[in-house]
Design a protein around this ligand. Structure first.
Ligand code: ADP
Ligand code: MG
Length: 263
């Protein structure tokens, strides 16, 4: 793990609305995220998780405070540079980032490469590689709309990795999936983290998923709580096992070799 943070937030604040309707979604967040880490941002619905992730992913601007990427203050970057960073360095697995459901699976995965100006043949080759990683190469020509929820999520992962990103942002990646399908998505994400060293930032309200990450950042009411405090607060959702050290291990059975998935 590198010594300097890849992403760091300092006194990050975000408000929505104005005057009496003003709502402070983030109230001064400080976080350092290092390259190669898997980090869970965990908290109840409405606590500010998605807001925080959007700021980290440079999809939105803070009301106050800063995000540094590789030590560089991102508030100074223009729209073109921001687009380029998002396109080249980041991959997104967001429910709100809909695929074009009327287009083919392949074209959906190709999109970031098209934006990046990759040649026709090369982007086709790389998109097929990404679909192989998520074991959906055989669905390349299908309409995205015709896939199951889990398959759609795997297409999103293929699209997120097609540009070989440094960071994958996943917002409730298993949220709408049954547990077996969710587990498959988790294995894919953690496999990419371990095998390719892709930094993983996962927003979730699922303590089990959070426990599989290297680090858990508990957020409540727009603020970070320290671990002991957050465990007290989370007692209602506490399964009694989640502070067991062994559970935090990325043991080898959890680590799938994403690239050696069937052709
Ligand atoms: N665009 C917006 N306008 C107004 N309020 C918002 C907006 N986005 C989020 N919020 C509010 O900010 C709070 C945090 O939202 P969010 O970050 O989506 O929470 P989480 O992802 O933890 O469920 C919520 O109370 C939500 O209603
Ligand atoms: Mg959310």
């Amino acid at each position: 793990m590198s010594k300097k943070p890849l992403l760091s937030a300092r006194d990050l604040r975000k408000s929505y609305g104005r005057r009496s309707a003003r709502f402070e979604a983030l109230k001064g967040i400080n976080i350092d995220i290092y390259g190669g880490e898997s980090v869970a941002i965990i908290g109840k619905s409405g606590s500010g998780k998605s807001t925080l992730m959007h700021l980290f992913a440079l999809l939105d601007k803070p009301t106050q405070g800063s995000i540094r990427l590789n030590g560089k203050n991102t508030s100074k970057l223009n729209a073109h540079s921001l687009n380029k960073i998002r396109n080249k360095e980041f991959g997104f697995v967001f429910q709100s980032f809909f695929m074009n459901s009327n287009d083919t699976v392949l074209n959906n995965v190709i999109l970031p490469l098209k934006i990046a100006g990759v040649s026709f043949r090369e982007r086709r080759r790389r998109a097929m590689d990404a679909l192989r990683v998520v074991e959906l190469a055989d669905k390349a020509k299908n309409k995205a709309n015709d896939l199951s929820g889990g398959q759609k999520q795997r297409v999103c992962i293929a699209r997120a990795i097609v540009n070989d990103p440094k960071v994958i942002f996943a917002d409730e990646p298993t949220g709408n999936l049954d547990s077996a399908t969710g587990e498959r998505i988790e294995k894919l994400l953690f496999g990419l983290n371990k095998k390719k060293g892709i930094t993983l930032i996962i927003v979730t309200h699922d303590q089990d998923l959070a426990d599989k990450c290297d680090r858990q950042i508990h957020i409540a009411d727009g603020k970070i709580f320290d671990e002991s405090r957050s465990q007290e607060l989370d007692l209602a959702n506490f399964d009694g096992d989640s502070d067991n050290d062994g559970m935090r291990d990325h043991n080898t059975t959890k680590h799938i070799d994403a690239e050696e998935a069937e052709e």
